[in-house]
Design a protein around this ligand. Structure first.
Ligand code: KG4
Ligand code: ZN
Length: 356
């Protein structure tokens, strides 16, 4: 990382754009970046089977002051405050910005508003300063699916984005139908280990005259149909026909296997989507040698392994931030406030959608 040796700064950053409340104190000193404190609380949305904006906002109201209490001894040493201003859920953004601005006023320090997507795109640099500009970041989470070319800290170009659901959302929505709880991604990865991905092999979705954007709604419909025909209908048939214990246990094994096969097929088609997009980048952006994948779905080892292999085959460098920096976190907001684009303004407002 290019940091002048003499520069020494500390930022307190807040992230609250979705269902994670997070606070980080990050420092640059002696040319080194150091995370002094990095707190994250993920709200339990299991019973809602999805993120409920008002419930998330109430959780931020509960968690952000508690986090502040934990790090309040660091406040006198902080040079400025930052918070996520966009995109995200309105209630959460307002909570975080309000806490951030109030702190800045009380401490008489500058306040910076940070774009959450730019922060995700810069997050691979926190642990991997060897990544060189320009690099391409595939952001795949519960809320976002984007391919971003990062020219430098401030200049980023969206190469592709989802036209409908996010990649993680596909895992979660199919997971709910398979009764796997929420969020379902980690469980689908586990189930897939026992499954046969060729049983329900679906093609990679295509968008007419557009090879850069993503679309997952067709896959969602196709998997819902598979579940209806193979899981729901099977279980109602087996409860009617098989009343002997032996037959029931056999039917249970079969029903489990169908779930494993659906999980493996889902994970496999998502992997193929990621790989196609990567190969497209390799072909159209030969100048780019560095790649990174972040967002919750990037935790999936099967997808990671395949992305790594394809990158190696093309002679490209591939990075995956550690899990805590893949999912929503305040370290990436702190890092962006230190190095990247930010709005230096106490009047900065919030916005639910992406501006660029
Ligand atoms: O980045 P993140 O916290 O998302 C947002 O807040 O938007 O990631 C959460 C998403 C969920 O959709 C979850 O199901 C998915 O990432 N996820 C996974 C895995 N772990 C988390 N998807 C597939 N495989 C995993 N191992
Ligand atoms: Zn995010």
């Amino acid at each position: 990382m290019i940091v002048k040796d003499s520069v020494s700064m500390r930022v307190l950053a807040i992230e609250s754009s979705c269902d994670e409340s997070a606070m980080c104190v990050m420092e640059i000193a002696d040319g080194q970046i150091r995370i002094i404190s990095n707190l994250v609380a993920t709200h339990d949305m299991l019973s809602y089977k999805g993120v409920v904006p008002e419930v998330a906002a109430r959780q931020h109201l509960h968690m952000l002051p508690k986090m502040l209490q934990q790090i309040k001894h660091l406040l006198p040493s902080v040079s400025f405050i930052a918070a996520t201003c966009e995109p995200g859920l309105m209630g959460g953004l307002i909570m975080g910005m309000c806490v951030g601005k109030s702190l800045a006023v009380a401490l008489n320090k500058p306040f910076y508003a940070v774009d959450h997507i730019k922060a995700h795109a810069l997050s691979p640099l926190i642990e991997n300063p060897q990544i060189k500009f320009p690099y391409i970041c595939l952001l795949v989470s519960g809320g976002h699916t984007m391919l971003i070319k990062v020219q430098n800290f401030n200049d980023m170009q969206v190469l592709g984005r989802t036209k409908d659901d996010a990649m993680g959302e596909l895992f979660d929505k199919i997971g709910v139908q398979l009764d796997l709880g929420f969020p379902a991604g980690p469980k689908i990865e586990k189930y897939a280990l026992k499954g046969d991905s060729s049983r329900f092999k679906l093609p990679v979705p295509k968008i007419k005259n557009n090879q850069w954007d993503f679309s997952f709604s067709g896959l969602k419909t196709a998997f819902s149909k598979i579940i209806k025909e193979n899981v729901n209908d099977q279980s109602s048939q087996s409860s009617h026909v098989n009343n002997q214990a032996f037959q029931n246990s056999q039917a249970d094994d079969q029903a489990d296997q169908i779930r494993y096969d659906i999980a493996a097929s889902l994970q496999d088609v998502v992997k193929r989507v990621c790989m196609e997009k990567l190969i497209l980048c390799f072909e159209y952006h030969p100048d780019v040698q560095y790649y990174a994948v972040c967002g919750g779905v990037a935790s999936n080892l099967y997808i990671r392994q395949n992305m790594l292999e394809v990158a190696q085959k093309y002679g490209k460098n591939m990075y995956f931030p550690s899990h805590s920096l893949c999912t929503d976190n305040a370290a990436m907001i702190a890092f962006t406030a230190l190095f990247g684009d930010k709005i230096d303004d106490l009047n900065a407002s919030v916005k639910s959608s992406l501006r660029w």
